[in-house]
Design a protein around this ligand. Structure first.
Ligand code: 4IP
Length: 120
């Protein structure tokens, strides 16, 4: 489901695999919701009300993950922060997510700049 910026509808939702940050590096299937606040929320299932976590996309860069041996893998990278690895169900799903997340990351970058400038 794809929403537009002027509605309360999430920008993008769907299931992705997310790699755990520990040494086990297990893959968890999670329901992801990209919201208007440029945060990416993830839930155990789409029925869950409380998210397991949220990723503030500001200053993240989303690229193909060529450093892992999985198809349709992409990552979210930010200097000094956790690198998130994701796997989509198809190449098309991957680029849909990458585009939406990059767009959200850029929007929140601009907002950060604006906040920084105005608070000085
Ligand atoms: C867990 O791995 C899950 O991958 C968690 O993901 C993850 O938390 C944990 O990382 C990681 O230890 P195991 O179940 O194999 O132990 P989820 O929250 O989606 O269930 P996040 O949410 O942070 O990826 P740590 O580093 O947060 O503990």
């Amino acid at each position: 489901h794809v929403g537009s910026r002027d509605s309360k509808v999430p920008m993008l939702t769907g299931y992705l695999l997310k790699q755990s940050s520990n040494y086990i590096k297990s893959w968890k299937k999670r329901w992801f919701v990209l919201k208007q606040d440029n945060c990416l929320y993830y839930y155990k299932t789409e029925k869950e009300k409380d998210p397991l976590g949220a990723i503030l996309l500001s200053n993240y860069t989303i690229t193909k993950a060529t450093d892992i041996h999985k198809r349709h893998a992409f990552k979210a990278l930010k200097y000094g922060s956790r690198t998130y690895y994701f796997v989509a169900q198809s190449e098309e799903e991957m680029s849909r997510w990458a585009d939406a997340l990059n767009q959200a990351a850029q929007t929140s970058n601009k907002m950060d700049t604006w906040i920084d400038v105005s608070s000085q």
